[in-house]
Write a protein that binds this ligand. Structure first.
Ligand SMILES: Nc1ncnc2c1ncn2[C@@H]1O[C@H](COP(=O)(O)OP(=O)(O)O)[C@@H](O)[C@H]1O
Ligand SMILES: [Mg+2]
Length: 293
């Protein structure tokens, strides 16, 4: 058995994951996702840094860096090709496509009957303004974003006008979501193979509760309610592993805001003491061993 990790750089997550496989006696290489060479009627069909990617039993994707539309689509298309050639890709190309795009995720959640905030997504400035007027207090999110970067809260009509005008200049898609008062905290449940393995509450002085934005984490007991909601959400995306974000609204509703298909676990591990990388490695190795039988 041989595992590959595809990413952009040797981050803490890549390193911890690689160590977890190596400790279990499984060879594990790190390769750059931006250095892929793909062949058609030409071998190898996909390689990176001189290594044939077909040689791996599974590839764990730890980053799909931003780039031009062509670059991003090409990277994901190669993952589809590798799956067609029999390599297990984690998370799968389809799961990554679904989770990287906030509109795609939100709509799948809704169609699966999972509560998620009211949102309007549009290319038209006028329609974005109408959504603001309707919701009155909104968060505007980049369609492909993470760690809270670039998300702004808008409560003032002139501010909405300026924000949307600026986004219009860059040909952005407007993702306008009603602001949910949430006591400046949210819940992250980490799922591996449809099983919650760890959860935390992230609390902040600010409404954005990403750890990357300074929120503090404390461990959370996974109640049956959180279990059901988070597992259902992860299943919607077909994720092998996922981070499910849940807002506990001040009016008592539980709303799923996002599902991360390349979730981090630095803060979660710090808060809970659970060695997430080892659990991912353990589950994947067992899964691949079962498949071979
Ligand atoms: N509709 C909302 N109302 C209030 N706060 C929100 C809403 N959506 C997101 N947030 C806050 O912003 C943070 C980042 O939003 P999220 O959708 O998870 O994007 P990212 O992918 O950047 O993490 C969340 O952790 C949450 O604290
Ligand atoms: Mg988030």
């Amino acid at each position: 058995m041989r595992i590959g990790i595809l990413g952009q750089r040797r981050s803490w997550h890549v390193q911890t994951l690689q160590d977890a496989f190596l400790k279990r006696g499984i060879p594990c290489d790190f390769l750059s996702i931006t250095k892929i060479i793909a062949g058609v009627s030409h071998q190898p069909y996909a390689s990176s840094e001189g290594v044939n990617l077909e040689e791996f039993d599974a590839l764990v994707i730890r980053s799909i860096p931003s780039g031009s539309l062509e670059q991003v689509i090409f990277r994901v298309d190669v993952l589809h090709r590798l799956e067609n050639l029999g390599v297990m890709v984690i998370n799968s190309a389809t799961t990554l496509e679904r989770s990287v795009d906030k509109y795609f995720t939100s709509s799948l959640l809704e169609d699966a009957g999972i509560p998620t905030p009211r949102t309007v997504v549009t290319e038209r400035f006028e329609s974005a303004m109408e959504a603001f007027v309707q919701f009155k207090d909104v968060v505007v999110k980049p369609l492909f974003g993470s760690e809270g970067k670039g998300i702004v809260r808008v409560q003032d009509e002139d501010m909405a006008y300026r924000v949307f005008k600026a986004l219009e200049l860059g040909n952005y898609v407007f993702y306008v979501q009603e602001f949910i008062p949430h006591f400046n905290r949210d819940i992250r449940v980490f799922i591996i193979q449809d099983e919650p393995v760890a959860a935390m509450v992230r609390e902040s002085d600010l409404w954005k509760t990403n750890i990357a934005r300074g929120a503090k984490a404390r461990p959370l007991d996974i109640t049956p309610e959180f279990r059901e909601l988070s597992v259902k959400a992860a299943k919607t995306l077909g994720a092998f592993y996922a981070g499910v974000d849940i807002l506990e609204a001040e009016d008592g509703r539980l709303l799923v805001t996002e599902i991360n298909g390349i979730p981090g676990w630095y803060g979660l591990q710090g808060a809970t003491g659970i060695h997430v990388a080892d659990l991912i490695a353990k589950n994947l190795i067992e899964f691949l061993s079962q498949k071979r039988k």
